[in-house]
Design a protein around this ligand. Sequence first.
Ligand code: GLA
Length: 596
Amino acid sequence: MSIHKLLPLVLFIVTANAVNKHTTTPPMGWNSYNHYSCYANETQIQSNAQALVDLGLASVGYTYVVPDCGWSAKTRTSEGKITWNETFYPSGFPALGKKLHSLGLMFGIYSGAGTWQCHPEGANYLIQASLGHEKEDAQTFSDWGGDYLKYDNCWADGKNFVVYYPNETDPSARFRKMATEIDAVPRDFVYGICQWGVGNNLERWASKIGNNWRMSNDITNAWHSIFRITNQVVPLARYSKPGGYNDMDMLMVGNGVLTPEESRTHFSIWAMEKSPLFIGAALENNLLDADALKIFSNKEVVAINQDLLGRAAELVRRFSEEEYDVWAGPLAGDGMVVAVINWGATERNITINLPDVGIQSAKKARDVWAATDLDGLDTTYSALIPSHGVKLLRLEGLTKAGEYTGKIGSDGTAFKNVYAFTSSSNYTITITPATASRVSLIIDGKNPITRPVSRSGIITDVSLSAGLHELRVSSRTKSLRLALSDFSKEYQDAPASLSFNVDSTISGSKVVDVSYINYDLSFDKAWSGEGLNVLNATFSVNGGKGKTWRFPISGQSWEEVGTMRIELDGFRNGRNVVNITGVEGKMIVKGVEIWG
Ligand code: GLA
């Protein structure tokens, strides 16, 4: 094939990949908005930048400095170029860019896919943004030495400060226009889309053109804001990848409201979700408190954020009445991060079952904030967690859930801590090597049951109630694998009455995967703390006491179904009835899958 025929193909490949060349890990830096609102000036930006260097934060990785809203002038130059407000920035933006570069930092520029910038003074303070001027503004930002573009979404129709979905003009088209223009300029920009996640299918369009995309309304300086944003990232976490991250907003650590525990929890969640980490506190004039500095400087937590796999942790289990969550996600090199978050108002001892995060044991375990190595973990992990606190673990040397090594004695092999996640008579046990055609099993030291073993070592239909057991096998057996037969889970579409019949051959508690839709995004209510992006539903078994769960956002539209795993107690041998009541707001329960 001749060169000129190949050329369009090559160009196509380069354009298609353009966004991912900007960054391989979530961007880190400092942004003026959370502390200075839209009123930061040149001196403040420079002294905060200097402090980033002096406090050692630049060397931890916080290098992008973004003067947020408020910097542009009300009118453009006679050539139609966007320009700076000379009162706030007397030396000008090109000089600011030079200054930042001379400190070894990167220059972030804020604009928006609307007529004017977002500004708390609304129509009383209309200053230039980039809608309709994308080409010349991209060139200007490049001429000024920009390295990052935070692109906001106010005044999208030129008339209303915020244009709510579904009346908003197509955000993907407005944001794509600027993506094309910054890809065309000589400088390499990281493109941060700030559309707040309103409207449908944010990730589907934003991940094609941006490096990170704000997926929620603004963070506020309050603990409830952390819970709200966390509940909105739940369905998006799975899409995180190198060069494409959910942006949970600038950090509030160090802004005087969150306690040190809350700050560590906030920072841990942002880190494991692979959100960009932008410090939003004042660093100049020794304004930063020692706790906050320690948090930002924690290299082990930052390393979780900057992990090259780029995958975000996902919500694995939620215990709403008990007020804690378990989150887990993979790290490069077969490691794993696990976070146990105590959302409650009291310090508590919390025990988690490692099979719930997909593993049976970990040879190496690091309590990240305590900076201590724990003895390896086996099956369970317990810790005292302060109110609003977190246990952040980094695990390595993992064994898959359901894999056990036994202790061989003269009377057979003992397996401790065999974990059944749901009560069922449908467990299968595989033993290696399969030594006999029949073995006896002693479960929890009680009546031995004698069972045939297949050639491949499989014993079927073993009954186990949910929880931990000791299993003794009457033969010499190196390892044991516990699994639930596939046919034992049963999906049922939700009837209008939300009442399900469940037949069981064993009593106890069972795991239930609830399929549901909650796309009731807390946008307007975000500021007051009323909106937490959760809707409640209450479940009861055989008329017993109901238990309530808080269901987070489930997907990217009212069409997308999410699943949350819960556990229900009170099943008995025979026919059971599960009732779901008090389904809040517009939440839809689509069905349940009952394990066991
Ligand atoms: C929007 C953005 C914020 C900040 C403000 C500035 O609300 O989401 O991050 O840039 O505008 O007014």
